[in-house]
Write a protein that binds this ligand. Structure first.
Ligand code: NAP
Length: 309
């Protein structure tokens, strides 16, 4: 069986950047992704804070360029979901649904996935009114009512993007103050299509086929109200943007994990020699595309050094 120099798990900005650097160093590299490239950034409609990105660069287009660039350096690709890892020997073994992979060094860049809203009926109505991706699903709600859950940068930015489609966009936030940056809040407050529901959570989503109504609760008064889709629309959209959950469960027992995130030093080394972590899966303060890309570059260069020894 082939033994790669480096196997990278996850093709978001961290994994793609690691692939680019490993490929350029002529390391025999395999980049494994379970779905589509890009991770969280593909659900971002506009990336205005990655250096060099201007004039309505979307997450999707940025990632497409990153993928092309990485592939020009000869990185091998596999589409598979890794379900088990064995990091105990010098040769690391990764077991996927489709096959087994062996490598001298591993870079974990599995990132995080959207946190569910956590209410009754949510799971059943995903893709039928409930979404976590404005760029993917916004156009389904053309001239309809849209509700966005969350109060951070993502919720407010994506709510503004959704005003391109919805008749009105209501941000439902559990507190009476947004967490989003002031500059983002100011833009939202100037947008006439944006409304706010403060101190409110969704407790139930209902619908047979499509989302038809939801029960919301005011956390100050405990009052519950059911909101129905306007008759002429038959449905409405609920978008959840309340943070992310790290994708680290398969590494439990194999490396050190803290609250779901992987601690590393500044060389991206985990507690296991030859295993590196990069991007949103790391314990870190700033989770941005630019920091993920930087992590990936460092991880690949440190993996190269590790392999030289
Ligand atoms: P975030 O900053 O962690 O905000 C999550 C929001 O969801 C908070 O308002 C939180 O409420 C709310 N929330 C969490 N759990 C909830 C629950 N169970 N029910 C209801 N509401 C819940 O996440 P984010 O907005 O996705 O941002 C993640 C990181 O990316 C941040 O560092 C952010 O600055 C960065 N980011 C930056 C940009 C940009 O600079 N353009 C764009 C997007 C994201 P509370 O406020 O009450 O805690």
């Amino acid at each position: 069986m082939q033994i790669y120099d480096v196997v990278i798990i996850g093709a978001g900005p961290a994994g793609l950047s690691a692939g680019l650097y490993a490929g350029r160093s002529r390391l025999n590299t395999l980049l494994i992704e379970k779905e589509k490239d890009g991770g969280q950034i593909v659900i971002t409609s506009e990336v205005e804070n990655y250096p060099g990105c201007m004039e309505e660069e979307s997450g999707r287009s940025l990632v497409a360029r990153m993928t092309r660039q990485t592939e020009t350096f000869g990185v091998e690709r596999a589409q598979d979901t890794i379900t088990k890892v064995d990091f105990s020997g010098d040769i690391k073994v990764l077991t996927g649904k489709k096959g087994e992979y062996r490598a001298r060094a591993v870079i974990i860049a599995t990132g995080a996935y959207p946190r569910p809203i956590g209410c009754e009926g949510e799971k059943e109505l995903i893709g039928k009114g409930v979404s976590y991706c404005a760029t993917c699903d916004g156009n389904f709600f053309e001239d309809m009512d849209i509700y966005v859950v969350g109060g951070g940068d993502t919720a407010v930015e994506e709510a503004m993007y959704l005003t391109k489609f919805g008749r009105k966009v209501t941000i439902i936030h559990r507190r009476d103050q947004l967490r989003a940056a002031k500059s983002i809040q100011e833009k939202a407050q100037k947008n006439p299509k944006i409304n706010f529901m403060w101190n409110t959570v969704i407790t139930k989503l209902k619908g047979t086929g499509l989302l038809e109504s939801m029960v919301i609760k005011n956390l100050k008064t405990n009052e519950e109200v059911e909101i129905h889709a306007p008759e002429e629309d038959g449905t409405f959209g609920v978008f959840g943007f309340i943070g992310f959950l790290p994708q680290s469960s398969i590494f439990e027992g194999a490396i050190a994990i803290e609250d779901g995130y992987i601690p590393t030093n500044e060389k991206m080394e985990t507690n296991i020699p030859g295993v590196f972590a990069a991007g949103d899966i790391r314990v870190k303060d700033v989770r941005q595309v630019v920091t993920a890309a930087a992590d990936g570059a460092i991880a690949a260069m440190m993996a190269e050094k590790y392999l030289e020894h």
